[in-house]
Write a protein of this length. Structure first.
Length: 131
């Protein structure tokens, strides 16, 4: 039995990384975005997810995070800056009318999104019944 130096990627781990991105659990760690993309590419290589599904869910994740005023502004900006990778992948992958419609929806969302200022820490605490 041969020893494999590469560890097979885990779909649950990739989703957990996405959760950490969406909630900005590590807002001072921009490499998390690169790791998430690389992990998704590895999942594709191992046949655990389709390229279209990986790119579409990553782009949606990044756009959702960029629009969330509860997240720090710098994190939202990083998410928006990294949206080009999945968008570019989707442009190359869209081959069916359904995929082209979905791509157009995502492009439209990106082109028309309104970015509200991030909430201040005092605004985040408003309405907290535990104070």
């Amino acid at each position: 039995m041969a020893f494999h130096s590469r560890i097979m990627p885990c779909l649950d781990c990739w989703h957990w990384q996405g959760f950490r991105i969406r909630c900005a659990l590590l807002p001072d760690e921009p490499r998390l975005l690169e790791v998430h993309w690389a992990h998704g590419r590895a999942l594709i290589e191992y046949g655990q997810i389709s390229p279209w599904q990986m790119a579409a869910s990553t782009l949606t994740l990044l756009l959702d995070s960029a629009c969330d005023p509860a997240l720090p502004w710098h994190w939202r900006s990083l998410c928006l800056d990294n949206a080009y990778l999945p968008l570019q992948a989707l442009q190359h992958l869209s081959s069916t009318p359904k995929q082209q419609r979905r791509l157009n929806e995502l492009r439209n969302r990106l082109a028309t999104m309104r970015l509200l200022p991030s909430l201040s820490p005092s605004e985040l605490a408003e309405g907290n019944p535990y104070e």
